[in-house]
Design a protein around this ligand. Structure first.
Ligand code: ADP
Ligand code: GN1
Ligand code: MG
Length: 365
């Protein structure tokens, strides 16, 4: 299938960047949106993104969520004497005063300020960096603790509903759209053996034993910017999935992505291990900021969140592989399968270390 050209110049022309554009280049390593860095002749940098319409069928709702949340955080930062242009995303208006632009294909675009002298690391290669990401997401959750959660749209319903993700995998197995089922018997068996575990968090939520919070829901290392000089966390980005959720979703997703010795798509499983020192560093950063705002039950469920978020995204990669790679961006045909195997390896190792994982968070009870 031939890919349509992305109308990036058309989208850029909808904005007044306060100078001539000198370059527009692909930017960052996200799996969902198409992201570009726009540089002007005045040396200003802007991030121009085409929102993925397959993943987000209601982009207006995403933008409303993002404007609400970023304004809320900006006010708090200003009150604390901090710079809101660095501490949160700032969405730029189009020439006609809107927060998004719709291109000729009907796709939505947005622009945010690029935050200078920062880096979004694809992979946590030091405990210090993972600690900082924990502090950033912990602080993010804390700052949004009094945000009116019922005003947020659920941008992707059932996003971290692990039993629903299991069912989606079973549907993908039944349909076998890409004819790849024959290659994944071991991985399907791995997921099926854990079907009964999938409901651990959703059941507690349904019973009213865990509170719904405003959560980020996509807390991987590359969704936080660290200062290039000090190494300190500056800003949480990628706010498309901010919606009501559980504390364990945010903690868990960061652990699956960060407490590992290899990249998410490392194919050599000998190199892929769950790392307790990295887990501990993240827990210290996250709970140091958000710990006081969490109930005992919430803290106790963080380790199972790590296992479930890892299992869940492994099942999502596997389902996407079976569906023919329609959701996540891939660089080669086996990419989603490699990612799924990588995540399942981490799940197995987390299962072996669950006692130590529990012990580490119990210091904050
Ligand atoms: P995706 O949903 O595709 O992951 P993101 O919003 O995370 O989209 O953007 C992809 C990447 O672009 C990020 O991981 C980061 O490297 C970079 N990026 C996005 N927005 C900004 C920003 N405002 N400042 C600096 N870098 C950014
Ligand atoms: C996607 O958007 P990005 O690349 O930060 C995905 C997450 C997955 C992650 C796996 C909206 O995150 O849920 O955990 O890939 N985002 C969405 O790397 O589905
Ligand atoms: Mg991202």
């Amino acid at each position: 299938m031939e890919k349509r050209e992305i109308p990036v110049k058309e989208a850029a022309a909808a904005y007044d960047f306060g100078g001539e554009i000198v370059s527009i280049e692909p930017y960052g390593g996200g799996h969902i949106n198409d992201t570009f860095l726009v540089v002007t002749d005045r040396g200003e940098e802007w991030v121009l993104q085409r929102i993925n319409g397959y993943v987000f069928p209601n982009p207006e709702q995403i933008m409303e969520n993002i404007i609400g949340v970023t304004n809320f955080i900006a006010k708090k930062l200003i009150r604390a004497g901090e710079d809101p242009d660095r501490g949160t995303l700032t969405v730029k208006e189009t020439k006609t005063g809107r927060f998004h632009y719709v291109d000729r294909d009907g796709n939505f675009w947005r622009v945010t300020k690029n935050i200078p002298n920062t880096t979004a690391y694809e992979f946590a290669d030091s405990v210090e960096r993972l600690y900082e990401s924990g502090a950033a997401f912990g602080r993010f959750q804390k700052m949004l603790a009094d945000y009116p959660a019922d005003t947020l749209y659920e941008t992707i319903p059932h996003f971290h509903d692990t039993p629903a993700r299991f069912e989606q995998l079973m549907t993908a197995v039944r349909e076998d759209r890409a004819g790849r089922l024959g290659e994944v018997g071991a991985e399907i068996a791995f997921a099926k053996a854990r079907e009964a575990d999938c409901g651990a968090l959703t059941e507690l939520l349904q019973k009213g034993e865990l509170p719904l919070k405003v959560t980020h829901n996509d807390t991987k290392m590359s969704n936080v910017l660290l200062d290039n000089e000090t190494g300190k966390a500056v800003c949480v980005i990628d706010l498309d999935t901010v919606m009501p959720g559980l504390a364990a979703f945010d903690f868990g997703d960061s652990i699956r992505a960060g407490a590992t010795t290899a990249a998410e798509d490392e194919a050599d499983l000998e190199k892929v291990h769950f790392s307790l020192p990295f887990y501990k560093a993240y827990a210290e950063g996250f709970l140091g900021e958000a710990g006081a705002s969490l109930t005992e039950r919430e803290i106790k469920t963080l380790p199972i969140g790590a296992k479930l978020m890892t299992l869940e995204v492994g099942m999502r990669f596997l389902a996407d592989y079976l569906n023919g790679d329609v959701y996540f961006k891939t660089d080669y045909p086996e990419h989603n399968l490699v990612r799924a195997r990588n995540q399942f390896k981490l799940v197995s190792e987390m299962e072996q270390h669950i006692d130590e994982m529990n012990e580490i968070v119990s210091a904050y009870l």
